[in-house]
Design a protein around this ligand. Sequence first.
Ligand code: AMP
Length: 283
Amino acid sequence: MSRSPLIVRTVPALRRALDSLRAKKATTALVPTMGALHDGHVSLVRLAKRRAAKLIVSIFVNPTQFAPSEDFSSYPRTWKADVAKLAAENVDLIWNPDVKTMYPDGFATRILTEGPATVGLEDRFRPHFFGGVTTVVGKLFTQCRPDFAIFGEKDFQQLRVVTRMGRDLDLGVKVIGSPTVRERDGLAMSSRNVYLSAEERRVAPALYRAMKETAKRLRAGDDIKAAMAGGAELITDAGFILDYFEARHADTLAPIGSTKEGPVRILVAAKLGKTRLIDNFGV
Ligand code: AMP
């Protein structure tokens, strides 16, 4: 049976709700989202449930992680359906602040991260992005003070960045990564997939196929440069404009010259028409 989560929109109401959630010293897990929930988000909630007694999901479309040219105002918003999905998962609390609550007039503080946030992947193409993510996630962590926070491997660099930030700032939150949920044809689920036309949706799984094929070549001992060039060609031949298609050290995200240098992750970002997709794959 599902029950309605408590919906909270102000910081004082959040404090009260958290006090009562934790009354019996219950552990809490936070799943930060921007709404437009799909089965990928639901998988994070299910992982959270295995870790903690009480579940908090935040829904906040964070303006500071969008550049002026990006899709903040058109980002899909599906509030009613989101609440129904979270109720079906027995989520205890939905933290849904508005922009003024998160960024009151005169807001003048940012969390700036280096290390995994400056390795030349997403940061190279979206220079505003991680400053916005770390600032909002830092706020969500201090507002909700969860024991655990669950992030998707889908946004692999983001997972590394928030893990680092949580450790560096002693935020007392254990960040846990959760595997990417895909459509049957391999396309990673994303709130932005609704932007794809029918033809683009048909082409989109080429990204996954290229990563899989490249991972296979790397595992078989092929030269990294040749394997990456082959994968990039599969992606551009399918009709994408590539931002990057790279093999990196899976922990540090540093460039690698050989698969012997450590666990390897293939990371990709590419545009199909107006829609920018990102994905990654373990070798
Ligand atoms: P978003 O609402 O897109 O900002 O994503 C919220 C969280 O869901 C982030 O931690 C994402 O990495 C995660 N997420 C998004 N898509 C997927 C997916 N297909 N599988 C697993 N996690 C995902």
